[in-house]
Design a protein around this ligand. Structure first.
Ligand code: NPW
Ligand code: K
Length: 540
């Protein structure tokens, strides 16, 4: 998904497009094409023209990815439908869906396509798309999960095109090349119902490429929660706009590569989305660039309070993130001074307390701190403060709320659970609700680490940011320390907390991908690759 820097700008959304070989291709010994060419498409497949139009009409950045809640989508759809002939929107959706599925097949004619059809319009989309594929020579069978309530127009169209209703669902699934999941879309709630579960499992186990229509059935569109069983798709073709569940784990994991089909909804959507994901161009615009007259204070000085006798390495890693984060200078206060200086001679080290360290424009406190002091004192400063790891232990909401300058908290799910007084599983299952709840509780900006890192602004009216560059290679000891130093450096350079957090998460994920190239990486490798990631975002 991440192109090498020399290949130029990268668009990131979720993951590579499905590379499973449709059964008909396998039988002919064919291989799927490279991502972005022929059969497979890149993640977050581009929808440049309509999004550009929408972005311009709202004065927004061209590349930011937006997601809207179901209520907002339905309101926009209702407005648009009132001006269009009946069924026009569904036809647009079905046409986009059929084109996307055709793009996954080596040849449409002769391909075996199975539609899983629920009781709503999501099933209608699948049926009309199936009709289009049948007209191009595909063998299309529909598995009706609610035969009496299947979309009648869609069913008629499918039959007229030569498609049929399957009498033996498991038989057709066993030989399918592609399965379209049209069980539920934005109207679904809760996990799959019992009758759908065996069918969804058979689809998954069949070896066919599973394409979710609008959303993988069984996931919550607004929150990304998965409350029961859900369809695991190789790709999702979504209509009009992304929905939060497509971008936030755990549902994001079920969606596969996400492709957005324009159905003309853009201009009807409000300018402020519920969720947004930065892309390269956004990050490049936000990154600090020193002016000709800049000195270290104009570029920002970041102070790092980290490390302990037990965890001296955390100090080195947090400082490593900070020195690569764009601030003009890094000050270090704590017991790891010797280790820090040995690795980074450019860092200014100071004795205790932090308040005597000289001028600082933002503080980072917490990585490897153990039971060490300093949190209360640093919170009393009048500059932005990032609190991470051990610094979060027992963090007093009133002390954070009383601050005159912004605060950025960077917990992982376990730390967030303790701060919220809930189980870790509850945070992991409901990441969006959890990050919003923490931001509200502390009156602070909160970055919730994870495979889809989220950043909620202290101002609840602003969209939550979701990071698209995360990679499982980042699940390595010390990588969080690097992130906090990096984000703190960006805070010191003058970025707002939500920008500092989301830009840091973006660079951190990208650096891990660049350093890893598919192999394990250490936190030091990630820190060392930050300049490359920085440069990659600025490559036109
Ligand atoms: N509006 C538009 O302009 C456009 C909409 N479009 C498409 O329509 C989709 C929305 O359609 P929708 O509103 O009909 O809802 P949908 O997602 O099909 O499901 C609702 C049905 O499922 C049922 N059900 C609920 N939960 C369930 C579960 N867990 N497991 C099983 N069943 C469950 C529930 O039935 P009930 O609870 O009554 O049994 C209800 O009948 C949208 O995602 C997009 O694909 C596009 O064509 C573009 C234009
Ligand atoms: K679906």
């Amino acid at each position: 998904m991440v192109r090498a820097p020399s290949c130029g700008r990268t668009e990131l959304l979720s993951r590579p497009a499905p590379r499973r070989i449709p059964r008909s291709a396998r039988s002919r010994g064919e291989q799927p094409g490279p991502a972005g060419a022929g059969g497979a498409r890149p993640a977050g497949v581009r929808n440049v023209t309509p999004r550009k139009r929408h972005a311009r009409s709202h004065g927004m950045l061209l590349s930011m990815r937006h997601a809207y809640s179901v209520d907002t989508v339905r309101a926009a759809e209702a407005e648009l439908m009132a001006e269009l002939p009946e069924g026009a929107l569904m036809q647009r959706a079905a046409a986009g869906l059929a084109a996307a599925v055709a793009g996954l097949l080596p040849r449409v004619s002769g391909a075996r396509v199975v539609l899983l059809v629920g009781s709503g319009d999501n099933g209608g989309d699948a049926l009309y798309a199936g009709a289009r594929l049948a007209r191009r020579g595909a063998g299309v069978s529909a598995v009706l999960l609610a035969p009496d309530r299947a979309h009648q127009g869609g069913l008629t169209a499918l039959r007229a095109a030569g498609g049929r209703v399957a009498e033996d669902p498991f038989g057709v699934l066993a030989v399918a090349d592609v399965v379209l999941d049209g069980i539920t879309g934005i109207g679904g709630h809760g996990g799959l119902r019992p009758d759908a579960v065996p069918v969804a499992r058979a689809a998954r186990g069949s070896g066919a490429t599973v394409v979710a229509v609008d959303l993988p059935s069984g996931v919550e569109a607004d929150t990304g929660e998965v409350r029961g069983e859900a369809v695991r798709a190789d790709a999702t073709v979504t209509f009009g706009t992304y929905k939060p569940g497509l971008l936030v784990d755990p549902a994001h994991e079920y969606a596969g590569a996400v492709r957005l089909v324009d159905i003309g909804l853009g201009p009807r959507l409000p300018s402020v989305p519920d969720l947004e994901a930065l892309q390269h161009a956004d990050v490049a615009r936000l990154l600090p660039v020193p002016a000709a007259e800049s000195d270290k204070y104009r570029r920002g000085v970041v102070g790092v309070v980290a490390g302990s006798a037990r965890y001296p390495g955390a100090a080195v890693l947090a400082v490593a993130g900070a020195v690569h984060g764009g601030a003009g200078a890094v000050r270090y206060v704590g017991p790891g001074a010797d280790a820090v200086i040995a690795r980074f001679p450019e860092v200014l080290v100071h004795g205790w307390p932090p308040s005597r360290a000289g001028r600082v424009q933002a503080w980072v406190i917490g990585p490897g701190l153990g039971d060490g002091p300093g949190v209360a004192e640093v919170l009393e400063s009048d500059v932005p403060v990032l609190v991470d790891a051990d610094g979060l232990r027992g963090l007093d909401p009133d002390a954070v709320r009383a601050r005159s300058a912004p605060t950025l908290l960077t917990p992982h799910a376990g730390e967030a659970a303790v701060l919220l007084g809930v189980d870790r599983g509850e945070v992991e299952g409901a990441r969006l609700g959890s990050v919003r709840a923490l931001a509200a509780k502390y009156g602070a900006t909160v970055l919730l680490k994870g495979s889809t890192t989220l950043v909620a602004d202290a101002d609840a009216r602003r969209p939550v940011r979701v990071n698209p560059t995360g990679t499982s290679w980042l699940a390595t000891a010390g990588s969080g320390d690097v992130l906090s130093g990096l984000a703190g450096s960006l805070l010191a350079a003058g970025l707002e907390p939500v920008d500092a957090g989301s830009v840091a998460a973006y660079l951190h994920g990208l650096a891990a991908r660049l350093a890893s190239q598919g192999a394990p990486v250490s936190a030091q490798d990630v820190a060392g690759a930050i300049p490359r990631a920085w440069g990659d975002t600025r490559t036109p």
